[in-house]
Design a protein around this ligand. Structure first.
Ligand SMILES: [Cu+2]
Length: 468
């Protein structure tokens, strides 16, 4: 199978980012955009990439990003975690070693012989929860605090997760609250929670205190009843999954728990990025073609060259306009961002007028003015999204979702003294829906960071500058 690896959440130069057009095959065939560092050392069926890593701790992941087949490749298993550590974190008093547990959540369907079935071809959807590659697993835990680092690596499934305890085993009410201490981009101020909605590609870093239940308790990680594959709840995209995994609580072995209680962790609140009156807004319409049902951003196919040129160092507000009936998790390469707000729109009218604009030759005067379609005031982000850095955001149905991205700057230094491993301008990256079948469908577009001398790289015309 053709494939290419993308480090999700990484601060990476374009030539190492694993864009779809950089795909290559086991036999050494290369897509037109194939790149490798140190070409003399790479075999034809290899690519050498350089990752800068961040200067702070966070949980990234890597997965296949091949042109038109990332859904199949990830389903088959091409996904894994990539942890960045900061020595300063040692002093926080977090659960470590066997008490820090990564959990990769996916949904799968199995044939009778145990082999993987890929049902999305028929849009049936997967029926079995798989954690770290195991269906319905269990984990023995002690009566102490654990750090659970959760990634939703499902192709399409949203989960609303909670910890369930039989009321007879509960010592308190509610029995097992937990604290959110980090998201996609790293730590945040601890937030007390009872459940949370996680879309594909999002990460939640949790502290769960199993000393709050008796030994012998079976704590179940479950999906909130009624949570459909596609949030908020359009049935028909796959069976509901209730139970995911079980934690079997045992007595403390050895030392008492010396980790810091979550509310006393020295984690500072992330300062909000404040938009200024002149901060540039950029609209991205999640557009589904009314006849063919294919999906694009701004009704432009992925392979059309970049039309969005962003001055290096600038701050922008991106508005994901979603007139559809379900949510899309939008992922931006290279940058971390903050969720600004969401605002409901008259989706039917917006969609109709947007189509009018397309079918009447995309004249600027026909382009729907977003402000004319608001049906209510902006809504602040959910508590688990505020004051944290994200690389993936839920763009709910019939809403505009606004994110603010500060300082578009690619990593320019060469990595490990390898020539041409740093970014050069113009630097083209992508953003896309992280429902993998949507990404493959075409809900993905390039965008380009350019130097200070203008909107477009020199010599480009009519939206050129898509660097290969
Ligand atoms: Cu989508």
């Amino acid at each position: 199978m053709w494939n290419v690896v993308h480090q999700h959440g990484g601060y990476t130069a374009p030539q190492s980012d694993g864009l779809p057009e950089q795909s290559f095959s086991p036999k050494g065939f290369h897509a037109e955009g194939y790149t490798t560092l140190d070409p003399r050392r790479a075999k034809p069926n290899e690519a050498i990439y350089g990752y800068t890593n961040h200067d702070h701790s966070c949980m990234l992941w890597y997965h296949d990003h091949a042109m038109g087949m990332s859904a199949l490749n990830v389903y088959a298993g091409l996904a894994g975690l990539y942890l960045i550590r900061d020595p300063a974190d040692e002093r926080l008093g977090l659960p470590q070693g066997e008490f820090e547990v990564p959990l990769i959540l996916q949904d799968r369907t199995f044939n009778r012989d145990g082999s993987l079935a890929y049902t999305m071809v028929d849009r049936e959807g997967e029926d079995t929860p798989v954690v770290n590659g195991k269906a319905y697993p269990f984990l023995d835990v002690e009566r102490r605090r654990y750090r659970l680092r959760i990634l939703n690596a499902s192709n399409e499934r949203f989960w609303r997760l909670k910890f369930d305890v039989d009321p007879r085993d509960a010592l308190h009410e509610p029995p097992l609250p937990f604290w959110l201490i980090g998201t996609d981009g790293g730590f945040r101020a601890p937030l007390h929670m009872l459940d949370f909605l996680i879309s594909p590609a999002e990460r939640y870093d949790l502290i769960v205190d199993f000393s709050q239940v008796r030994a012998g308790t079976k704590v179940r990680l479950t999906n909130y009843p009624g949570t459909q594959v596609h949030f908020p709840g359009v049935p028909g995209c796959g069976p509901e999954i209730a139970d995911i995994m079980e934690f079997r609580v045992k007595p403390l072995s050895g030392d008492r728990d010396r980790t810091t209680p979550p509310e006393k962790l020295g984690l500072r609140a992330v300062a909000p990025i404040k938009p200024k009156p002149h901060t540039r807004r950029r609209e991205w319409v999640v557009y589904q073609h009314k006849l063919f049902r294919t999906m694009t951003l701004n009704a432009v196919p992925y392979m059309e060259p970049s039309q969005d040129f962003i001055k290096e160092g600038s701050t922008e507000i991106w508005e994901y306009i979603n007139p559809n009936h379900d949510a899309h998790p939008m992922h931006v390469h290279l940058v971390n961002f903050q969720v600004l707000n969401r605002q409901p729109i008259d989706a039917a009218h917006y969609q109709a007028d947007y189509e009018k604009w397309i079918y009447h030759g995309r004249k600027p005067k026909d382009y729907p003015v977003l402000a004319n379609y608001f049906t209510g005031p902006p809504i602040p982000p959910d508590p688990d999204e505020t004051q944290s850095y994200k690389d993936t955001v839920k763009a709910p149905a019939q809403m505009v979702t606004r994110i603010i991205i500060q300082e578009f700057v690619p990593p320019k230094d060469d990595i490990a003294s390898i020539p041409h491993s740093g970014a050069e301008l113009p630097a083209t990256y992508i953003h896309h829906c992280h429902l993998l079948e949507h990404e493959d469908d075409d809900l993905m577009r390039p965008w380009t960071i350019v130097g200070p001398d203008g909107d477009r790289p020199a010599g480009s015309h009519g939206g050129g500058g898509h660097s290969h």
